[in-house]
Design a protein around this ligand. Structure first.
Ligand code: ADP
Length: 448
């Protein structure tokens, strides 16, 4: 096992990793930017190192400074959290060159699954369901037109190296295909230095269902069942729950097992999420694999009892997974609401500034993952998520009732947050009846 790990992240996930490390008896080092010098999580770390000014490009994304901090503090591993450098294969490779363990997959596994074209090919082999679409990158526009016609419009042109929604074009008729391929390829080349694009079927009405997996360095991989993250705004998740409601057990198990098989075949060590879109007939199509711990991982921890962050540190240190597939089962239902410092009534305008009032809810089955304390100043440089409220109940309706109660107990001010939006969504008949697709929140907001 390691003796000291460096956390290359901030906020709630830095605190989450500190907690896991402490339980494992490890010391922690936090790197921080000047904007975060008073970050409450830093008090919980054994040591801290300032790595630069507020902009991420000058601090949390500076590989050289993070490695220097790890070397000077004698850290033997680095946990990247999510965002920032978490899915950067170059960072994982520099860590390896410097003999520091990257807590996550190898750069090879990250590269294979991070490239959407090679990921699709691997998924096909593992029996993980994918969208009908091109086998590899498009190199002939004639063939692309013929393929799109055989799949049927609409189709979507996507970049192999895509991320953050860039390099994607929805194409509704044949005449639009060529220009879309050209512009998507150009955008991808500029944004990612890789202009490879492919096409797949575009699903109009779908739910977002994802499978949590974890693998070790001994060739083992398990799934920890699924989560539904259909409540989104502009492709940003707002509410996540698990297990995904209404999915027949037999279909759920088949898709989850295929995701674990994909991770196993990729020789993947660490936490991974296979994201899918699911149509109303419960057909699944893989979107992508996220090669890191996710914001919504607590949902899965609450229903399976597996500590995903601790487990990922253990497997990075070379230990085998502590659970086998037949030891993983689902207990009850969990829901997470992302509490963002944003004003839903003013186009989700970020609310930087001091949090004067901060009182968190409690009680049976209520968990708050947050770095905020009263008097904390939210910097304007980073993500606006300030807390995650997670509840667990014996079933979905108990979890919903518990979440409503916990949301009404939460006091944050004077800045606005997404709490009132969550209270509203948890009363919506569409949410309650799971009659939803990934655009339903936006449609509701437009009606206002
Ligand atoms: P990125 O890596 O850029 O986030 P994704 O492949 O995850 O790209 O796609 C981003 C979003 O675009 C998805 O969450 C989904 O809402 C939408 N999307 C992507 N592919 C499809 C598809 N084939 N059909 C319908 N929607 C899609």
């Amino acid at each position: 096992m390691f003796s000291r790990i460096l956390i290359a992240n901030r906020g709630e996930i830095a605190l989450r990793i500190i907690r896991a490390a402490r339980e494992l008896g490890l010391e922690t080092v936090c790197v921080y930017s000047e904007a975060d010098k008073d970050g409450p999580w830093l008090e919980q770390a054994d040591s801290k190192v300032c790595i630069g000014p507020p902009p991420p490009l000058d601090s949390y994304l500076r590989i050289d400074r993070i490695i220097a901090a790890a070397e000077t503090t004698n850290a033997d591993a680095i946990h990247p959290g999510y965002g920032f450098l978490a899915e950067n294969a170059e960072f994982a490779s520099v860590c390896r060159d410097c003999h520091i363990e990257f807590i996550g997959p190898s750069p090879e596994a990250m590269g294979l699954l991070g490239d959407k074209i090679s990921c699709r090919a691997m998924a096909k082999k593992a029996g993980t369901p994918i969208f009908p679409g091109s086998e590899g990158a498009i190199d002939d526009e004639e063939e692309a037109v013929a393929l799109a016609e055989s799949i049927g419009f609409p189709v979507i042109v996507k970049a192999a190296a895509g991320g953050g929604g860039r390099g994607m074009r929805v194409v509704r008729e044949a005449s639009e295909l060529r220009p879309s391929i050209q512009s998507a390829a150009q955008e991808a080349a500029t944004a990612f230095g890789n202009g490879a694009v492919y096409i797949e079927k575009f699903l109009e009405r779908a739910r977002h269902v994802e499978v949590q997996c974890i693998g070790d360095k001994h060739g083992n991989a398990v799934h920890l069942y699924n989560r539904d993250c259909t409540s989104q705004r502009r492709h940003q998740k707002l509410i996540e729950e698990g297990p995904a409601p209404g999915v027949p057990d037999e279909i759920r198990d088949r898709v989850c097992e295929s995701a674990a098989e994909l991770i196993r075949n990729a020789k993947y060590a660490g936490a991974a999420t296979c994201e899918f879109l699911m149509d109303p007939e419960f057909n699944f199509y893989m979107l992508e694999v996220n090669t890191r711990v996710q914001v919504e991982h607590p949902v899965t921890e609450m229903i399976t009892g597996v500590d995903i962050v601790k487990e990922s540190i253990r497997v990075a240190a070379g230990e085998p997974l502590s659970v086998e597939q037949n030891q993983v089962s689902i207990s009850g239902h969990a829901i997470e609401c992302r509490i963002n410092a944003e004003d839903p009534d003013r186009n989700f305008m970020p609310q930087a500034g001091v949090v004067e009032e901060y009182r968190i809810p409690g009680g049976l089955g209520v968990r708050v993952d947050s770095h905020v304390v009263p008097g904390y100043r939210i910097p304007s440089n980073y993500d606006s998520m300030i807390a995650k409220l997670i509840v667990h109940g014996r079933d979905r309706s108990e979890a919903i009732a518990r979440m409503r109660s916990a949301l009404s107990e939460f006091r944050i001010g004077p800045g606005k947050t997404t709490i009132p939006l969550h209270i509203r969504l948890l009363q919506e008949p569409q949410f309650l009846e799971v009659d939803v697709d990934i655009y339903y929140v936006e449609r509701l907001l437009e009606q206002d």
